[in-house]
Each structure stands twice: as structure tokens, then as C-alpha cells.
Design a protein around this ligand. Structure first.
Ligand code: BTN
Length: 255
């Protein structure tokens, strides 16, 4: 596969079918060190894993499911949320280019922490699995599921795809290549410490930023306004009382 990148996707492992590209990558990493930028991709993932123990469903040959291996040893563990940010941004960049050319027709959003939304529907999901060594990141597996040509989804998951939004068919390999280019650019921003660009872009895409909306926390409905995220990745929200509170993933649900 020819890639226009420096290192991301230069080593690419294609699997005809696999249970989970993340699990496969993790198994390979256990056996030996994988060169930075290795991608493992398949168009038939049979037991894809989502966040919080959910299942990631993907119809065979319709979507891209891939895992990218990086060795961000320059990052301390308390900065690991930056990986979530760059992965989300790379997909947002990819979707913006694909859906908003030649004219802007769609709003691409990142629903905290890392679901990619177009309007009120999810078009991509990310599952990041880090290996830590003392206080640095030894390796990370960035697993990405991109909904591309699939047209029918389980209604319970509120999904959309590039095809549903445009009525076109996309070349899965081209999308993967473009994703590699975008994530390489974002990873190089991170590596060269362009945190301002990363943080600004993340906030620009953050779903419901500055909007009063309803959430569920501790089984209770609350009204809040997202104002940002903390360095550790917690969601910062202004409550009706005026108090500012931070939530982690288990403490808050969007309604
Ligand atoms: C989510 O939104 O819940 C995260 C979904 C992540 C899915 C991708 S598909 C490729 C990689 N391999 C997996 O088993 N999961 C991730």
C-alpha cells in the first residue's frame, strides 16, 4: 500500500477477518515491539470492542476498523488525554474534509470524550488502550471504527455513515490512507508540543460546548453547560447554581 505519510501506516497489516484489531495489536505487542506507526486493519471485524465493555458492530466490507500502534514515550501518563484529543481530531479532520467539500454541509462534533458525531448521530468511535511504564507511555493502541458504506444500523445505537449522509460509496482503502495522514499531522503537533493548536481545535469541535443541556449524574437529571475539559480529561461543566464541577466518564451521561 503506498502512503504519503512519514511513518504512520508504512507498516500495515491487513487481516481478512479478525475478532478485534485492538486485541490483535495487543497480542502482537506482547510478543514483540511493533514499529511506531504500524496499523492493523480489517474490513471484517467479528467481535469489535467498544468503550465501557460494549460491542462495536460493523457490517463486513462496509466500514473501516483499524488499530494504530504508537510509542509516545515523550508523554507522561498524566498527559494521556492528549492522545484522545489527537485521535478525535484526526477523525474530525477526515470527516470534515470528506463531508464538507466543496461546500460546508455538515457540522462535525466530538462528543466528550471521543465519539465523533455528525449532527446528533455517531459516525465513528475510538478505543484507546495504553501500556504504561512507570510514569510514561510505553505504547498505545488507538482503535478506530469508521462508519463508511453501511446503510442500516441497529436503531438503538443512533449511528450514521458517510454513505447515509451523502448517498455515495467510498473507497475504504482511500479513507484509511487519509486517516493515516491526518493522524500523523496531529501526532506530530503533539510531539512538537503544539498544545495550543490541539486544545483549541478540540474545544472548537466539542459537542454542546457552551450550551445549556440536560445530563444524568448519580441517577439524577441535572442541567449544565459544558465549558471545557481538564488536563486529565474530565468534563468541566457549569451547573445551574453557578458552581463549576468536573466529571469523569462514569459520573455523567448525556441525554
Ligand atoms: C466506541 O465508540 O465504543 C469505541 C469503538 C471502537 C471500535 C474500534 S474498531 C477497531 C478497534 N478494534 C476494536 O475491537 N475496537 C476498535
Amino acid at each position: 500500500m503506498s502512503m504519503k505519510t512519514l511513518f504512520i501506516g508504512q507498516n500495515a497489516i491487513h487481516l481478512k477477518a479478525v475478532d478485534s484489531t485492538n486485541s490483535y495489536a495487543s497480542e502482537l505487542l506482547r510478543q514483540n515491539r511493533l514499529v511506531e506507526g504500524t496499523i492493523i486493519y480489517s474490513f471484517e471485524q467479528q467481535n469489535g470492542r467498544g468503550q465501557r465493555g460494549t460491542v462495536w458492530e460493523s457490517e463486513p466490507n462496509k466500514n473501516a476498523t483499524l488499530s494504530l500502534v504508537l510509542h509516545p514515550t515523550f508523554l507522561q501518563t498524566d498527559k494521556q488525554f492528549l492522545l484522545t484529543k489527537i485521535a478525535s481530531l484526526a477523525i474530525a479532520d477526515l470527516m470534515s474534509e470528506t463531508l464538507n467539500f466543496p461546500i460546508k454541509t455538515h457540522d462535525i462534533k466530538i462528543k466528550w470524550p471521543n465519539d465523533i458525531y455528525v449532527g446528533n448521530k455517531k459516525i465513528a468511535g475510538i478505543l484507546i488502550e495504553n501500556t504504561l511504564r512507570e510514569n510514561i507511555l510505553q505504547s498505545t493502541i488507538i482503535g478506530v471504527g469508521l462508519n463508511i458504506n453501511q446503510k442500516i444500523f441497529n436503531p438503538a445505537i443512533n449511528a450514521t455513515s458517510l454513505s447515509m449522509l451523502t448517498n455515495k460509496e467510498f473507497d475504504l482503502m482511500e479513507i484509511i490512507k487519509r486517516f493515516c495522514e491526518f493522524i500523523e499531522a496531529r501526532y506530530l503537533q503533539l510531539k512538537t508540543n503544539k498544545l495550543e493548536s490541539i486544545n483549541t481545535a478540540y474545544l472548537k469541535h466539542l459537542y454542546r460546548l457552551g450550551e445549556w443541556s440536560q445530563y444524568i449524574s448519580n441517577e439524577k437529571k441535572i442541567e449544565g453547560k459544558i465549558i471545557g475539559t481538564s488536563a486529565s480529561g474530565r468534563l468541566q461543566m457549569k451547573l445551574e447554581s453557578g458552581v463549576i464541577k468536573e466529571f469523569d466518564l462514569k459520573e455523567i451521561r448525556f441525554v
